[in-house]
Ligand binder design. Structure first.
Ligand SMILES: NC(=O)c1ccc[n+]([C@@H]2O[C@H](COP(=O)([O-])OP(=O)(O)OC[C@H]3O[C@@H](n4cnc5c(N)ncnc54)[C@H](O)[C@@H]3O)[C@@H](O)[C@H]2O)c1
Ligand SMILES: Nc1ncnc2c1ncn2[C@@H]1O[C@H](COP(=O)(O)OP(=O)(O)OP(=O)(O)O)[C@@H](O)[C@H]1O
Length: 279
C-alpha cells in the first residue's frame, strides 16, 4: 500500500496512557517526515480528516466508532490502538502498535472495506453506523411495538424490548449479546435481532446486502428512540417510519497483513481452549 505521509491521531484522553502513547507515535512519525495532526475532541470536528492518508485512533472501540462518519466521508483508512477495555475494533495492542508502527508508515498494511448502515429518519436526517442501529423504548418497563417491512413486503410485527439492526462488523456487539449470529466481516448482509420478543418463535433474520428495511411504530410506547453505534440518538415518534440499508460507501479499515478474524474472535470472546484465546 501507499506510504503514509499525513497522519491524524484521535485520542481518548480519558484513557490512561493514551496521550503519552500518541505523543510517542507522533514523534516516530515526524522523524520519518510524516505530517501529523492530533485531536482529543469528542466527537471530532467535521473536516478533521480531510487530506489525511490515515487516522490512528488511540482509545477503545467507542472512540473508533466515533470517527466512522468522518472517515467514511473522506474515505480515510482508520486503525485503532486499544487503550479501552475490549478492543474488538481497536485491535492493535500497545505493544503491537509500537512494534509495527514504522512498517505501517512505510505502507506495510492492507485495507479492508467494512460495510456500514445508512439510516434515514422520516424527517430526512441521514446517519451512518459501523455496528448497529437499535430501536428501543425509553420506558424500560414497556414493550415496544414495531412493524418491519422489507421493501413493500411485510416481514412481521414485533412486540419486544427493541430491535437491533446490525452490520457484519456489529454482529459481535449488541447483536451477539441478544442471541444474534456472528457474521464474518466481509459478508454482504444485514441482520435483524429482536431483544426479548414476546413470542416463542421470533429469531434473528439475515437479509441480503441490497435489502432496504423500513420500521414503523405500531403504538406509542413512551418515547421511542433510535441509537446508532451506541451514541447518536433520535428520540420521539416523529422520526418514524425510518429506513435502514447497507450504505454504498464503506469504512476503510487499516489492518496488518497477518490479521485473522478468527484469532480476534478466539482471543476477545475467550473461545474454547485454543492456545491464544487468553493471550
Ligand atoms: N448488551 C450489550 O451487549 C450492549 C448494550 C448496548 C450497546 N452495546 C454495543 O455497544 C456499542 C458501542 O460501543 P462503545 O464502546 O461505544 O460503548 P460501550 O463502552 O458501552 O461498549 C459496549 C461494549 O461493546 C464492545 N464493542 C463495541 N463494538 C464492538 C464490536 N463491533 N464487536 C464486539 N464488541 C464491540 C465494546 O468494546 C464494549 O466492551 C454499540 O454499537 C452496541 O453494539 C452492547
Ligand atoms: N476522544 C474522546 N474523548 C473523550 N471521551 C471519548 C472519546 N472517544 C470516546 N469517548 C467516550 O468514552 C467512552 C468510552 O470510550 P471507549 O469505548 O473508547 O473505551 P472503552 O469503553 O473502555 O473501550 P471498549 O469500547 O473497547 O471496551 C465512549 O463510549 C465515549 O462516550
Amino acid at each position: 500500500m501507499n506510504k503514509i505521509e499525513r497522519l491524524a491521531f484521535v485520542i481518548n484522553a480519558t484513557k490512561s496512557g493514551a496521550v503519552e502513547l500518541a505523543d510517542l507515535l507522533a514523534a516516530v512519525a515526524q522523524n520519518h517526515g510524516v505530517t501529523v495532526r492530533m485531536t482529543q475532541d469528542y466527537p471530532i470536528e467535521a473536516g478533521f480528516l480531510e487530506g489525511q492518508d490515515a487516522c490512528c485512533v488511540v482509545g477503545g472501540d467507542g472512540t473508533l466508532l466515533s470517527v466512522v462518519p468522518e472517515s467514511v466521508s473522506w474515505n480515510i483508512p482508520v486503525f485503532g490502538i486499544n487503550r479501552g477495555k475490549l478492543g474488538f475494533l481497536a485491535t492493535y495492542s500497545v505493544q503491537e502498535a509500537q512494534d509495527e508502527f514504522e512498517n505501517i508508515l512505510q505502507g506495510d498494511y492492507c485495507i479492508v472495506n467494512r460495510s456500514i448502515l445508512e439510516c434515514d429518519t422520516k424527517d430526512g436526517e441521514r446517519s451512518l453506523a459501523l455496528n448497529d442501529a437499535v430501536i428501543k423504548s425509553a420506558d424500560v418497563s414497556r414493550l415496544i411495538g414495531l412493524r418491519v417491512k422489507c421493501g413493500d413486503d411485510l416481514v412481521t410485527d414485533y412486540y419486544s424490548d427493541g430491535i437491533i439492526f446490525s452490520t457484519p462488523t456489529g454482529s459481535t456487539a449488541y447483536n451477539l449479546s441478544s442471541g444474534g449470529p456472528i457474521v464474518m466481516p466481509d459478508a454482504s448482509v444485514l441482520t435483524m435481532t429482536p431483544v426479548c420478543p414476546h413470542t416463542l418463535t421470533n429469531r434473528s433474520l439475515v437479509f441480503s446486502g441490497n435489502t432496504e428495511l423500513s420500521v414503523e411504530l405500531l403504538e406509542s410506547a413512551g418515547n421511542p428512540f433510535l441509537t446508532l453505534d451506541g451514541s447518536q440518538r433520535f428520540h420521539g415518534e416523529h422520526h418514524f417510519p425510518f429506513k435502514i440499508k447497507i450504505c454504498k460507501k464503506a469504512l476503510p479499515l487499516l489492518q496488518p497483513h497477518t490479521y485473522s478474524h478468527f484469532r480476534i474472535l478466539r482471543k476477545k470472546l475467550k473461545w474454547g481452549n485454543a492456545e491464544d484465546s487468553n493471550s
